[in-house]
Design a binder for this molecule. Structure first.
Ligand code: FSO
Ligand code: SF4
Length: 551
């Protein structure tokens, strides 16, 4: 295996024997083959498009779900991956037949076809044998490989967010169209400049997808509002829901009504509490535990069943494995997987609810509350107060510290920065990165909390909306003239999509940490540094004064 798609890539180079994430070599290889087959689907979808047959929704959904399935920490289940590969080959047949129907141009001649468009096998041994041949190292030029993978990883993030929006019945064929273009772009001999343009286009599509998901979430659940989220527990048995899929949480809340079973959020599900619709469920008790990588202790202490709706899963321990369920793109061998909902139906979570009733109540590990709900509508409602605070000098600077948390010890940097920032600064956050400082009690500035949590990682979009609004209010011609610094923590590919979105919006001089991506070759990293001013984080002692000086 060779995988370098996340921040924890072994030795800052890539995982070669087993993933630091726990991914075995066979799982890594099958994920590579799923991407390969998905590129084949995209190839034929592109052929059809060139003959006036637009990319259809079924194809778009297969592509986005497959990309999502290969995101770091989402799916460790070999049989689930083999099933998707087989499904992909069937879908590819259909897309190919559609592309070629009524076509007499001879484009199906094998001389012009890439292998991903033609390779086929239903035999598991042959699937496994092929899987080890199609990894990222098949692209030998390291700069081309780097740019191709930058596009693919950004696309994986876009796909995850598009998938959530689609669950809420918000789809945009332009996003599916771009997935096809980008995947096909990675099997063509594009020049470096063309690949850079494809990367920027992916950033544009990331903005579009984040906006779509924002609309989907706020249409379904209302606009997030300032909320105190309880950290304690009650005496009823509970179910813990982790991951990002709000629709799954909604289904579960409907099904647990009146059952005597409480529901708690974990990690990236915390922002559900900020939405008016979720406030209406009196058995949605609070948030339990911390960010994704604390699963072992959080899940052991919780006592009841756990539902993982997306990444990030860590290798599951036997102490809670019988209580752990997956759904959607998530999967883990030995954990029961809850099937997809029928169109307009709900997922059937009865097995989880039944198990919960036989479990002890969660062990209390914290008490008190944390405050969040500062998505764009809420911040803009406070805009007069915010603008006045900036004009009076009460607020000197905003620091966007959105992104991901992770196990790497160097991530203490983000806690150090939060502690070291002067008291006239405000941290704008989103994503699981917040757990590095959201319980520090950093106080407020004239009633405005010093940590404003917009929500999940996709709600980084809200932070961009706020920045664009401030630019307008202050009459500036460049977003980079605002008193805002960007100190972004990244871990997996959704963060890559968010980063590309920020670059597309023109944000410059982003600090990225705790390390720059292993998949950036020295030349590609140089382009990002020269073109966008991206720089690695250093130490809080060095970075905080620099940020305060606007550097
Ligand atoms: Fe975190 Fe995991 Fe949300 Fe990621 S829980 S790391 S960028 O999946 O998506 O912020
Ligand atoms: Fe390694 Fe990250 Fe790939 Fe897992 S996802 S194998 S930790 S680079």
């Amino acid at each position: 295996m060779f995988c370098f798609q996340c921040q924890e890539a072994a030795n800052g180079v890539g995982c070669k024997v087993k993933g630091v994430c726990g991914k075995e070599d066979q799982v890594a290889a099958l994920q590579d083959l799923l991407i390969f087959v998905t590129k084949g689907v995209a190839f034929w979808a592109d052929k059809g498009r060139s003959k006036g047959k637009p990319v259809d929704v079924e194809t778009g959904r297969f592509i986005t779900t497959s990309l999502f399935t290969t995101i770091t920490n989402a799916n460790f289940d070999e049989q689930a991956l083999i099933g998707r590969i087989r499904q992909g080959l069937k879908i590819r047949d259909g897309v190919q037949a559609r592309a070629l129907s009524g076509c007499g141009c001879g484009c199906s001649g094998s001389a012009v076809l890439p292998e991903c468009a033609t390779w086929v096998s239903d035999d598991e041994a042959k699937i496994r044998a092929k899987a080890v041949e199609v990894g990222v190292l098949t692209t030998s030029n390291e700069d081309v490989r780097s740019l191709r993978e930058l596009v693919i990883y950004g696309l994986k993030g876009v796909a995850a967010y598009a998938n959530h929006a689609s669950d809420l019945k918000h789809e945009d064929v332009l996003i599916y169209d771009h997935c096809v273009t980008a995947l096909v772009g990675t099997i063509k001999d594009l020049t470096v400049d063309e690949l850079v343009a494809l990367t920027m286009k992916t950033g544009e599509m990331a903005v579009k997808t984040l906006a779509l998901l924002d609309t989907a979430n706020t249409t379904a659940y209302g606009k997030p509002e300032i909320t105190q989220v309880n950290l304690g527990v009650r005496k009823n048995p509970g179910i813990l829901v982790s991951g990002h899929d709000l629709r799954d949480l909604e289904d579960l809340m409907e099904e647990t009504k009146g059952t005597g079973v409480d529901v708690y959020t974990h990690s990236e599900m915390l922002p559900a509490h900020y939405y008016p619709k979720f406030k209406k469920y009196d058995n949605l008790v609070g948030n339990y535990g911390s960010s994704w990588w604390h699963q072992n202790s959080d899940f052991e202490n919780f006592n009841g069943p756990i539902l993982m709706t997306t990444n990030c899963i860590i290798p599951v321990k036997g102490t809670y494995q019988p209580r752990m369920f997956t759904t959607g793109s998530a999967g883990y061998p030995g954990c029961v997987h809850i099937a997809d909902r029928a169109e307009d139906g709900r997922k059937d979570f009865s097995a989880i609810i039944k198990l919960a009733k036989s479990c002890a109540a969660p062990k209390e590990i914290e008490t008190g509350s944390i405050t969040g709900g500062f998505a764009h509508a809420q911040v803009l409602a406070l805009s007069e107060k915010v603008v006045a605070a900036v004009k009076s000098g009460a607020v000197k600077r905003f620091v966007v510290m959105a992104g991901c948390d992770g196990r790497n010890k160097d991530r203490e940097y983000f806690t150090d920065v939060a502690n070291a920032l002067p008291e006239d600064t405000i941290i704008l956050t989103a994503g699981c990165a917040k757990y590095r400082y959201n319980k520090l009690n950093l106080g407020d500035i004239g009633g405005i909390p010093r940590v404003l949590d917009a929500g999940q990682c996709n709600d980084s979009y809200s932070l961009a909306v706020v920045a664009l609004k401030l630019k307008e209010v202050f009459g500036l011609d460049d977003i980079n003239k605002l008193p805002i610094s960007y100190d972004i923590a990244w871990y997996e590919q959704k963060a890559v999509a968010v980063l590309l979105a920020l670059l597309y919006l023109g944000v410059k001089n982003i600090r990225l940490g705790p390390t720059l991506p292993a998949f950036l070759s020295p030349n590609v990293a140089k382009v990002l540094v020269e073109k966008f001013g991206i720089k690695p984080t250093t130490t809080a002692a060095q970075d905080v004064p620099a940020m305060m000086a606007g550097v």
